[in-house]
Design a protein around this ligand. Sequence first.
Ligand code: SF4
Ligand code: SF4
Length: 244
Amino acid sequence: MKRQKSRKLLLTLSFFLFPLTLFYFSPYLILQGGFEGIISGSFLTFAALFLFSLLFGRVFCSWICPAGGLQECLFPAVDKRIMNRKINLIKYFIWIPWLIGILAAFLTAGGVHSVDFFYMTEHGISAAGMSGLITYFLILALITVLALLLGKRGMCHSICWMAPFMILGTKLKELLPIPSLKLTADSSACISCKQCTGKCPMSLEVQETVSKNNMNNSECILCGECADTCPKKLIKLSFNYSRK
Ligand code: SF4
Ligand code: SF4
C-alpha cells in the first residue's frame, strides 16, 4: 500500500499548490491567448499531457492533477459510486467545440506569433490578484458540487477538458508497437470478491473487466488501487506490450 500512500500524498500536495498552478490548466486562457496568437502555459500543459499519455496513459489524473487531489480529499464525504456511464460522454460535448474554438482563435489571429508560458500570471503565480482568487474559489466550488451531485471524481467523468487529450493518447498507445504502462490480470485466479471494484476511484466495474480478460478502459486512470487491493495479487500495473 506504499504506492497508494505516495500517490495520495502527491495528489494532496498538488491540490495545495493549485493556487499557483491554476492558470496552467486553464481552458479559458488557451482561447484568450489564441486570439492574440500566443501559445499560453495551458496550451503547453495540454500538449505535454497528450504526449505523456502515449507512454503513461492517465497517470497524471491519478498522481498529479490538483483537481483529482481535491476530489480524493472529498472521498470521506462523497463515497457514492458513479453508475451512469452516460455521464462520461458529457466531456466530449464540451471538448470538441472548445478544440474547434481554439483552432478558430489562432486562425483569427493569423497564426502563432509568440510563446508565453507565463501568460496572464503574475510572476508565474496564478491566483495572485483578486480575479485569480475568485476564479480559484469558483473552480473549487464547481468541483465540490459535481462530486456531491454525481459521486466520486464527478468532475473527471463529466466535464474535465484535460481527460480527452489523455484518452486520445491512451487509445493511440494501444495501437503503437511500444511498451507502455498498462493493467493486466490473470482471471483464472479471481475469486470474485469485488474488492477491486469497491476500491476503484473511477467507479469502474473492475471485476467484470478482469473476468473478460480485457483491462482496457478509457476511464481508467492507472492509479493501481485495484492491483494493490486484490487479495490474490492477480492484477498488475506494469510496462508491457499487451493490447488487452
Ligand atoms: S481500474 Fe484500477 S487502476 Fe484503473 S482507475 Fe480503477 S482502481 Fe485505478
Ligand atoms: S479483488 Fe482480485 S480476486 Fe477480488 S474480484 Fe477483484 S480481481 Fe478478483
